[in-house]
Ligand binder design. Sequence first.
Ligand code: PLP
Length: 450
Amino acid sequence: MIRELVEARSGEEYELYARTINPQFMRVLRTIGFDRVWSRAQGQYLYDSEGERYLDLLGGFGMFNVGRNNPRVRAALIESLELDTPGSVQLGVSLLPGLLAEELLKRTPARLERVLFTSSGTEAVEAALKLGRAATGRSRVISTDHAFHGLTLGALSANGDPHFVERFGPLLPGFSQVPFGDLDSLERELRSEDVALFLVEPIQGKGVNLPPDGYLEGAQQLCRRHGTLFAVDEVQTGLGRTGRLFAFEHWGLEPDLVTVAKSLSGGYVPVGALLMARQVYDGVFDSLEHSVSHGSTFAPNDLAMAAGLATLRELDDANLVERSEQLGRRLLELTRPLVETHDAVKDVRGLGLMWAMEFGEPESGSLAWRMMERMQAGLFAQLVVVPLFTKHRILSQVAGHDMAVLKGLPPLVVSEDDLQEFATALDDVISKAGRPTRVAGLALRAARAR
Ligand code: PLP
């Protein structure tokens, strides 16, 4: 039935989506020339209806660490469908959730002893907020500026970027942000000993900001000293992305709460998880009456659990975590020289295969740059993303609102040749990005779309 539908209606994607789901988003895609009809995907590649191959450096916002349509994960899903597994009994349990929880706990510090499954990253964050409050009997939550933790109201209250928050207030009470990297500000907040949890991404997704030396270790110490739970959001950085299974391993951290989602199911099925210290579980689920203090109908479901088990095995067997570390180093080697050869490239940074290039006002030709930035902050990065896609068939993204930062989150199966191809393409598009014709072309298309 699905095959017939897809064959019969292929080509209608954009018109149908515009009519039934989100016409504004379709206008954006058309304006920037991203309105391709996609016919299939494999590993690090997408293929359009003309059979052209695109290199996917966006990776579904980081959900395809094991590669798109990974055969092992797909086989596990088919197998569990064929087994007619007895999932979601609700007043009863099946085997797969316990097996996935066991595998996750095996791979994380002994301090983490319990898992609560969810169906997305934002729900894992919501769970951390709720359970953190109940376990400590405190209500305040501290997060960092530029943080991104999801778009439901609790997670949104912890976000540090006003673009996501405007128009949706009032947010939850008790939330405040401190500058990422600033331990003094954090200590000032924690000293009052009324903070339930400090929530932090080990590397911030918006902008790909790496923590200064000693920051995360210091934050953990401060949390312990002041009775605050140390909650690390690994929704984007987890599952091999940064060259370790979890990014917190780079700094030898032992968080009380860890959120995971995105790539846990290989990108096939919605999934999320909150890993927690015994103290958190015991503080919330402290009686028979409180045995179901938090949950959601679909979490844990057997398909997500089967996909999670297959994903962890694939990460191990295909050595994807080491691969992420090695290829991440190679990507930096290939792209760092562009700082020297292009005036507008100010920084190249990353850890594992979480990579970014930051642009800034060139010494020469700063008038053109200033005009561009006046039209729209971060426009230069857009002028790189668009031709990378339309000319070089490489899908990438700008790292956040109003920022001149290009970001890459390729599937960890990406090859060295792909990275070489990306570096060569970058060199080409950056040299042309600031040219008046490029700027005018994009501005004209944007104006027509209004
Ligand atoms: N936390 C972080 C660090 C994220 O990067 C994201 C999504 O990008 C989320 C939470 C929210 O996850 P989801 O989109 O699955 O709700």
